[in-house]
Design a protein around this ligand. Structure first.
Ligand code: CA2
Length: 145
């Protein structure tokens, strides 16, 4: 069976492509999902791609990933800057988690510089636009094979 990667997306990422293209690019989350599926197939992964605006749902999905996936790429959205619950969830599971951000959070407002989940994650990729997701899939291929 092809190993599964969960690609999880947090709050407001469903609005991508509609506003602020200067920061996030013009792609919709649907476009990013299609790109992830295509690259996932090349890398030998099944991609389970999801988005929610709710912190607890992200926590539930991280726990589910521990049962059903070999790794997780997660764009936590703004919860990445604040969520101790997500930090704890990542520490509570054993599959590797790669944090993803479309924008370079370190080059933006100071409140975005801190990631609450980065210390619990395997690594973080930010600043490459939607290609950050693709880089995360390659990183997961490298650390799971
Ligand atoms: O750069 C990223 O991927 C972010 O995770 C995106 C989040 C932001 O809160 C993080 O600091 C960095 C925002 C998600 C999308 O928000 C939108 C806002 C306006 C228009 C469209 C999307």
């Amino acid at each position: 069976m092809t190993p599964t990667i969960f690609v999880l997306n947090g709050p407001n990422l469903n609005a991508l492509g509609k506003r602020e293209p200067g920061i996030y690019g013009g792609k919709t989350l649907g476009d990013i999902e299609a790109d992830c599926r295509s690259v996932g197939e090349t890398l030998g992964f099944t991609i389970d791609f999801r988005q929610t605006n709710h912190e607890g749902v992200l926590v539930d999905w991280l726990h589910e990933a521990d049962e059903r996936a070999v790794g997780v790429a997660i764009n936590p959205g703004a919860y990445g800057h604040t969520s101790i619950a997500m930090h704890d969830a990542i520490r509570a599971i054993s599959v590797p988690v790669v944090e993803v951000h479309i924008s370079n959070i370190h080059a933006r407002e100071e409140f975005r510089h801190k990631s609450m989940i980065a210390p619990a994650a395997k690594g973080m990729i930010c600043g490459f636009g939607p290609h950050s997701y693709i880089l995360a899939l390659h990183a997961l291929k490298n650390i799971t094979q």
